[in-house]
Design a protein around this ligand. Sequence first.
Ligand SMILES: Cc1cc2nc3c(=O)[nH]c(=O)nc-3n(C[C@H](O)[C@H](O)[C@H](O)COP(=O)(O)O)c2cc1C
Length: 327
Amino acid sequence: MKIGNIEFSDQPLFLAPMEDVTDHGFRLLCKRFGADMVYTEFVSSDALIRRVNKTEAKLKSSDAERPVAIQIYGREVDAMVEAAKICEEYNPDILDINFGCPVKKVAGKGAGSGMMRTPELMVEITREVVKAVKIPVTVKTRLGWDHDSKIIVDLAEQLQDAGIQALTIHGRTRSQMYTGEADWSLIGEVKNNPRMHIPIIGNGDVTDGMSCKKRFDETGVDAVMIGRGSIGCPWVFEEIKHYLSTGEDSPKQAFLWYMDVLKEIVTTNVEHTGERGGILHSRRHIAASPLFKGIADFKKTRIAMLRANTVEELFAIMDEIPSRFEV
Ligand SMILES: Cc1cc2nc3c(=O)[nH]c(=O)nc-3n(C[C@H](O)[C@H](O)[C@H](O)COP(=O)(O)O)c2cc1C
């Protein structure tokens, strides 16, 4: 499958854009484990046009990440067009528009999934952004605002007509936030709509080879996007790819192998943001990592890891785990 001129292997896996997670270091790591495309954290068009340094820093990527998409959000045509042009200066392969974020500070103001309530404006922004840049523009959105307004099938056609070159659908409504189970049936309906010809990327609750294969098989989507399943678990891409190509789970690595990957996340974060920021930034990965799930009597150690304030303290706790627990 192709997005613009970018060619992907069969059944590609994309790393989802995630605020405070998919920074440069994490994107590179996921890439190393086989992610076929990575996305930046979303960036606010309003902050970009004010040229806020901290926001603009999020646009930077390296060639090793390619193909890489920058994702923007906002609710005004002019600001989105101007922000899109600024993003293009950073030379990403794709510009993605976020019409899916459910959090109040975004959706409540009409941006992100808030746009589900003003689909005409969503389509207008999309059309103008497509016109404003030379790189392929894609959209990431949800099924609809709530259970009674799942507009995605019709909306997908309109977004395609506005010129986007791929569409990612997270199988939840805005009202669901992240609760319940992602519903892939409408994602399949969009994919199998004979009017649709752009690639459809399915997203929601894929965390392992079996769930990924099921989604590809049932819906025929062109790519699957993985978000939370990669937090504290960047090797998930390698595991899923192994399953997709062999139908079997990949052989387990030694506990210390996984631990080294987690330590690498910490070290990279500390290199980029200093010790305090780097440790804070890594906590989400440590808390979510499947590596520590199911270890008996682990609670105290988990809390100690999440309270550690220095790399030395954190790594000392981690280093003790193999001798103190059955891992
Ligand atoms: C911590 C976190 C941050 C997120 N930030 C973004 C974001 O910046 N842009 C976006 O489009 N979606 C964002 N999402 C949504 C994910 O990209 C994805 O659509 C959602 O988590 C469902 O996929 P999953 O079940 O594989 O996690 C975020 C999700 C999480 C958990």
